[in-house]
Write a protein that binds this ligand. Sequence first.
Ligand SMILES: Nc1ncnc2c1ncn2[C@@H]1O[C@H](COP(=O)(O)OP(=O)(O)OP(=O)(O)O)[C@@H](O)[C@H]1O
Ligand SMILES: [Mg+2]
Length: 448
Amino acid sequence: MNTAKILISDDDQTLCYLLKEELVSEGYQVDIVFDGKYAIENLKKKNYDVLLLDLEMTEVHGEEVLVYANEHNPSTKVIILTAKTDIRTAIDCIKRGAYDFIPKPYEFGQLLVVIERALEHKNLQIKNAILANKLSKNVPHSIVGESRTIREVIGLAERAAKSDSNILLEGETGTGKELFAEFIHKNSNRDSKPLVAINCASLPDQLMESELFGYEKGAFTDAKTSKQGLVEIANGGTLFLDEIGELSLTLQPKLLRFLEKGEFRRVGGVTNLTSNVRVIGATNKNLMEEAENKTFRRDLLFRLNVITLTIPPLRERGKDVILLSNYFLQKNSPVKSVKTLSADAEVTMTNYSWPGNVRELAHTIERALIFSDSSEIKVKDLNLPQSSMASHNGVYDADGEVYSLDLIELSHIKKVLDEFNWNREVTAKALGIAQKTLYSKIKKYNLK
Ligand SMILES: Nc1ncnc2c1ncn2[C@@H]1O[C@H](COP(=O)(O)OP(=O)(O)OP(=O)(O)O)[C@@H](O)[C@H]1O
Ligand SMILES: [Mg+2]
């Protein structure tokens, strides 16, 4: 089945309706808009696989839409629909990132081939990215995300990577702190040297110390030979201290000394050794508060948080939920039959608050793939707890856009319908609207 999403933007309304009908009968999900202005609005709200874009439109020109799509929806393939007389501009558009163009008038069959080719191209790109990750464990996974919130942090991380300062990564569990640490190392001048990671909550105090700083022969009963610590192994590279808030108050001054002077002593050693590493710490605690409570040294915090990157929770990343879902669907399905999310499943996932963030989302998709018995993932396959459904309380979404009334209406109608088991009479009454109005809204929002 073809569940790819297509947006048609053309001021020729008849053409839009005809084309939509033809594409829908091929199984595509199709939205239409009659001006570039609305194309951009839709691109903000939804991830389209393909955009069929006319150039001459009344208010906002197709070229402007292309620029927007390139910047904000890089995974959407843009196909330019253009009059024969305007081929030059179409070619310019290809140079500027459009996938292809089709001169009008065209045959539907011809257009269909171009669309299918664009979709194949898109899938190949995703597959390649995944394969590249699988080949070498050292290449960090790409950070999937197009929302403004995550793009901002990625931009900061790129810049921070080039500096040699220590970095503190803050964020809830599962937001991708470790992924960011790998990303920063990979983009730094230290990437030819090792990235060494340790979880500060994983070992009791004494073991932690010898793991970090090493030990000398005879330092304790089992120390038959001397051993290098992780700070030595990471020399020239990066040391990632995960859950750094858990580091004990006895080890904190030792780490502080290392951060200040690059000096340390092995356990049982008498000489000062040196090593040159950049430290990236990660925490899901508020270390400022910990410092107030004297459970984390303030001087250590100030050494660490020269640069602080706050990784936003998934619920603040808008349409990235769907983007990431598709990424994990691709990653976990056999190459030939990648499953897709049903429209309701998309709504449910978008409304869910994801307390476990990207990790929870990855597990949800993995589980849904096991339990789903068709080519589409349904709401029941997701098995998400009802109590954590977020409501649109804020005014702005992740892209800093005000929630549109349509979105609020859609999500509210959906919730009330679910509440009353899709009894339209009761739902309409509860909402204070006529049943006919409810029907037209169900149709408008394609609720199922
Ligand atoms: N933006 C993203 N794109 C692709 N994969 C992601 C993204 N963010 C997180 N992941 C994946 O989600 C999982 C959890 O991420 P990660 O381990 O980096 O989170 P964390 O913040 O370190 O969590 P914790 O605080 O629980 O240690 C990993 O498998 C990671 O690869
Ligand atoms: Mg982690």
